[in-house]
Write a new protein. Sequence first.
Length: 225
Amino acid sequence: MHRPVNPAILYFGTPVVLVSSCNEDGSTNLAPISSAWWLGWSCMLGFGALSKTPGNLLRSRECVLNLPSIDQVAAVDRLARLTGSDPVPPHKMAMGYRFERDKFGAAGLTPMGSEVVAPPRVAECPVQLEAVLEASHPIAASDPDRRGRLVGLEVKIVRVHVEESLLVDGTDDRIDPVKWRPLIMSFCQFFGLGPIVHSSRLAEIPESAYRPRKVVREVPMESAA
């Protein structure tokens, strides 16, 4: 039997992303989010409109989307109630957040240089996506109770870094979904993926069929520093 319900949140399960961005003084903010989805080489990110990361993105127009595996869950959890905003916004203070300037240090993670954008990557994350801001989209703009509180930021991926161990054997550009174990958040709890439960007809289509005609790169691979 189905019944109408009124849950406080609708987080049915999405990958965790550690978003690194540059603060006004050149330092780095590192924020865990789980409102992210991809289409081709574009990604939509959801934020509280007054949070530090969207402010950094709207100003600098650059970030790195670091995708942790289940192996980094403890480090991600250490970031859960930290904020780069000083003073701490009242709504976050009420939920137990505290200001932390050195998010990398607090989480026990290692910054490493990016190739196209200024914010650093997270060395421990098996997947690192350098990105630039394409557009900003208000969310719930027609709802007077939520208007101005949420924002969707569309970013373009300009460089992809993947641990070699995640690639399909014998290839240099295909990620093996059996090897990749993303960290998933569902209703504020951490989960991992189980094994493949059923073969997919979509998987019968060559992955190359989805590649854009022009692969997005801001600089030639051979000239990247």
